[in-house]
Design a protein around this ligand. Structure first.
Ligand SMILES: CSC[C@@H](O)[C@@H](O)C(=O)COP(=O)(O)O
Length: 321
């Protein structure tokens, strides 16, 4: 990476967690400091930090802060666990921290390890996945599955990054991703930061562009992947996968194994429902008539038959072969 975009920084001398405040991008690149686990809970709930792997890493540091501050560890664990329900990396990281605690390890060391490992996993996803990308491909992505959603590189955007680093001339289309606009606000910022060609499109433009032959591949991230390869990801992913199938466009998911949930069944998964105001308002301005309410499901589920391949840090899985 020519310019290093790291959303999560541990400040060892001051024993605090420093996060890029993703609520403020792209207009301001400012940081949010967490001095205790409650600050971390707020940061995850309010989406200062977001994206499945990044949430897991932040929660691990939240537990480390609780230990350093002599706070009630059980309370910290339960409160962190409640911050967001769908991305499995949160629970995965908290279980790793509990295992470290039970074996008498330092929680800060464990959090640093989870953080470092996530960087490596994302790098490998990029290296493995970039073989799927051809010179002059136009790749559509949804939400932000980039460096900002992980510790570095990203998942879907790591594949895109490595194709670019390897000299492939690619173009990226970034769905705006209503309601929180992670595609418009974060993916466009992140790719432009590294001079990777990107154009923003409205969510409802994707089908039209596919029908015109203007999309070669689709790559998205994941918040949870079940053992039968059902993929939970940002709301709108399912619609894109159906459109991709209709237009015969390869549809890839990129995620580390920390995003796999080998235990839960489809019906067990809780889809996060966020505040209606994220739909009824844009940047605090009401756009839906007063008195009208809204649905705000944050994620949806894409079945394996719509998925061409799942790119992990170990291999590419083909659910339908
Ligand atoms: C590498 S991040 C993968 C997913 O977490 C990402 O696609 C996504 O859905 C993020 O949702 P968010 O609500 O912004 O946390």
């Amino acid at each position: 990476m020519n310019k290093d975009l790291r959303p999560i920084i541990w400040n060892d001398s001051e024993k605090k967690l420093v996060l890029i405040d993703q609520r403020k991008l792209p207009n301001e690149l400012v940081y949010f400091e967490c001095k205790n686990y409650k600050d971390v809970c707020f940061a995850i709930k309010d989406m200062v930090v977001r994206g499945a792997p990044a949430i897991g890493v932040a929660a691990a540091y939240g537990m480390a802060l609780a230990e350093l501050n002599g706070e009630d560890m059980e309370k910290a664990y339960l409160e962190l666990k409640k911050t967001r329900p769908t991305a499995v990396n949160l629970f995965w990281a908290l279980e790793k921290i509990i295992a470290a605690k039970n074996s008498g390890k330092s929680l800060l060391d464990e959090a640093k390890l989870i953080h470092e490992e996530d960087i490596e996993l994302c790098r490998k996803i990029g290296e493995i996945g970039e073989v799927l990308i051809d010179d002059f491909d136009t790749i559509l992505t949804h939400c932000n599955a980039g460096a900002l959603a992980t510790s570095a590189y990203g998942t879907a955007l790591s594949v895109i990054r490595f194709a670019h680093y390897n000299g492939k001339k690619i173009n990226v289309l970034s769905d705006e991703t209503r309601p929180r606009l992670q595609g418009a606000k974060l993916t466009c910022f992140e790719l432009n930061y590294e001079n990777i060609p990107v154009k923003a499109i409205c969510d409802n433009t994707a089908g039209f562009m596919m029908s015109k032959g203007l999309v070669d591949k689709i790559i998205v991230g994941a918040d949870r992947i079940l053992s039968d390869y059902h993929v939970f990801n940002k709301i709108g992913t399912y619609s894109l996968a159906i459109l991709a199938k209709y237009h015969n466009i390869p549809f890839y998911v990129a995620a580390p194994y920390s995003t796999f949930d080998f235990e839960s069944k489809l019906e067990d998964i809780v889809i996060e429902e966020r505040s209606e105001s994220e739909v009824t308002h844009i940047d605090n301005v009401r756009i839906v008539a007063e008195g009208v309410s809204a649905y705000n499901f944050a994620f949806d589920c894409t079945p394996p038959e719509l998925i061409t391949g799942i790119i992990t840090e170990k291999e590419i899985i083909y659910p339908n072969k």
